[in-house]
Design a binder for this molecule. Sequence first.
Ligand SMILES: [Zn+2]
Length: 273
Amino acid sequence: MPELPEVETIRRDLTPLLVGRRITHVAIQPGGERLAITHSPWALEAALTGRRIEGLERHGKYLVARLDDGRAWVLHLRMTGSLVHVPTEAPAGRYERARVDLDDGTSLRFNDLRKFGTWHLVEDPADAMPHTGPDALGPAFTTAWLRAQLARRSVPVKSALLDQHIAAGVGNIYADEACFRARIDPRTPANTLGPRRVARLHDAVVAALEASLADRGSSFSDYRDGLGGEGMHHVRVRVFRRTDLPCYDCGTAIQRVRIAGRSTHYCPRCQKT
Ligand SMILES: [Zn+2]
């Protein structure tokens, strides 16, 4: 699933291509109807057509296109969604669920193998993202915020990092990477971390996300950037999906456990409970 660095890479790629453009035609393809959450597919097509895109923002894993009628078109890629900018005449891909044609002869295609992606059209973007807290690279995600949130939870720290209310945009890859960078065993109960370890974890979350962003994200499976290319960070992760491979820091084999139903990777020597 695309996480914060991947969605932010898409946002940066698409911003100069979309902002200022007017939407001339929208087609949600047969099989893509579940995209439309707030409207029927045809009502959403009609509502988007003719609108000008005035800005492209991101919060956590959500993309927010600001429209000239004051509304926000909020997109979530979920498991396998991608957004790729192509010429209007480009043929539809096998998993294309929707196309949005623009007034400059280009087109935005929403591809989604698993069909879990969502589009909302709302007055207030917050209405499209319930249970979502501060963006993990935004100013409200502070050490003090993280400390207060972890203190209230006895779940493993890995589970807490996946909670979008605590750190919007962090998913399975960067939760594992952050725990490794902070030298914290991902099974550690969140409310047992002292202030210094929480501060280290906060900085590790930010560092893990920024390192990936610098590499244009990680392409472990379906992720593609806004131009259809792959990110580079999957070759630079330290623990994620490195089960049985040697830790770069100490040589110990990376272990895999399941936490909250998610595969979790850690170094049993570098990371402590
Ligand atoms: Zn190690």
